[in-house]
Design a protein around this ligand. Structure first.
Ligand SMILES: [Zn+2]
Length: 296
């Protein structure tokens, strides 16, 4: 397929009780299906799952959806995308998306980080390396901070992980004076509770947003592409650092979400990044919400 000219940014805005939630795509990335993308399945099974979802079986499109929450007059961003330096230019577009919905970066009060992979933290920095959200407090999971910024852990890490340690150090050096750490099972902000879902990374965190009678489960990277890992929660994505622990976290939370019929926001869900999950055999059926134009 020939490359098409880029479209203007889109966003998806919805309410959870009195909180306004906006999915603000940072973009997408399409890559050839890597060998061993699912570590514990033969490639033929992965290709079959992609075809069953009516997707091409030789490539993957990964979506990146930071969220903006407007909670009692505060603007809260959850995760930040790749940042404006990203290559290819189909990613790192959060600042354009924010502009398109009329939100200046300087008006963001709080940035909550789910984990320290680069597609979640690099957008903390502007193109010139200064804080992209200069007036924001940056809230990070305590366990994630302890792991990635520990020099011992960095030196013991396999070579393939060393760049991620160096990246976390680089990003947080620039915003350190804005950082506060949070622990699991605490409200990081009113109505937003941190839920430990380790495995993808040691301090990987999901969130439950509660407002009035409404709830939204913000899963972060509990699953990568839902057509593989919501459908098959026992499948291990190559990005999960401790695949067995990640699977346990995933199974525990997906069961709750399906039983309680919760809406789920997924950083790597296809836009608009929100879905319901229905129990189906050993896995779940992914039922994306239809995009609706918000009232102006
Ligand atoms: Zn991610």
């Amino acid at each position: 397929m020939a490359a098409l000219p880029p479209l203007p940014p889109v966003a998806y805005r919805y309410s959870v009780g009195s909180v306004t939630v906006t999915a603000l795509p940072d973009g997408t990335r399409t890559i050839p299906l890597p060998d061993g993308f699912v570590r514990n399945q033969p490639q033929a099974a992965v290709k079959a799952a992609l075809r069953a979802a009516f997707l091409p079986d030789d490539q993957l499109t990964i979506y990146f959806n930071p969220l903006l929450l407007e909670i009692a007059g505060r603007r809260v961003l959850i995760d930040t995308g790749f940042g404006p330096q990203a290559e290819p230019s189909t990613m790192g577009r959060l600042h354009h998306t924010l502009e398109s919905v009329g939100v200046a970066a300087a008006t963001i009060n709080t940035v909550v980080i789910s984990h320290f992979h680069l597609d979640h933290i690099n957008g903390l920095l502007a193109a010139d390396g200064t804080p992209a959200f200069p007036n924001a407090q940056v809230l990070v999971p305590e366990r994630e901070w302890d792991f990635w910024l520990d020099e011992g852990a960095a030196s013991r890490a396999p070579d393939a992980q060393k760049p991620a340690f160096a990246n976390a150090r680089r990003v947080f050096a620039a915003v350190e004076s804005h950082v506060n750490r949070y622990d699991w099972d605490q409200e990081v902000l009113p109505g937003l509770t941190a839920i430990g879902t380790p495995g993808h990374t040691p301090g990987h965190t999901s969130f439950m947003l509660t407002s009035g009678a409404d709830r939204l489960f913000i899963q972060s990277d509990l699953t990568n592409t839902p057509y593989l890992f919501v459908r098959n929660p026992g499948w291990h994505a190559m990005f999960d650092m401790d695949p067995d622990l990640a699977e346990a976290s995933r199974r525990r939370m997906l069961e709750i979400v399906a039983a309680e019929r919760l809406l789920v926001a997924g950083f790597h869900f296809p836009f608009p990044g929100a879905a319901h999950l229905e129990k189906d055999g050993d896995g779940y059926r992914f039922v994306p919400v239809p995009w609706v134009q918000a009232r102006g």
